[in-house]
Design a protein around this ligand. Structure first.
Ligand code: FES
Length: 87
């Protein structure tokens, strides 16, 4: 899984730094080896702060919403892996 946090001028002016800090903390909490890094402006500044999770844009993020989206994605991946084990 790859999470990119927009570090364009508009997004960085809001929650971007806190999103990154929270997601890196969550990565440790869930023991999940996700790549958490930043990206350039996604041309969606009006709806920022934005993050891209495995190619899907999440708009109007705050640390709590970002954490929730991250946890849901991990849950989805783990369920997918578990369902394959039992087939
Ligand atoms: S600065 Fe984040 S979308 Fe433009």
């Amino acid at each position: 899984m790859r999470v990119q946090i927009c570090k364009g001028k508009s997004c960085s002016g809001s929650w971007a730094a806190y999103l990154e800090k929270r997601l890196k903390s969550d990565r440790e909490k869930f023991s999940y080896d996700a790549e958490v890094d930043d990206c350039l402006c996604q041309w969606n500044c009006m709806n920022g702060p934005n993050m891209v999770l495995d190619g899907v844009m999440f708009e109007r993020m705050n640390p709590s919403l970002a954490s929730q989206a991250f946890a849901n994605k991990i849950k989805e991946i783990r369920q997918s892996i578990n369902s394959k084990k039992w087939k």
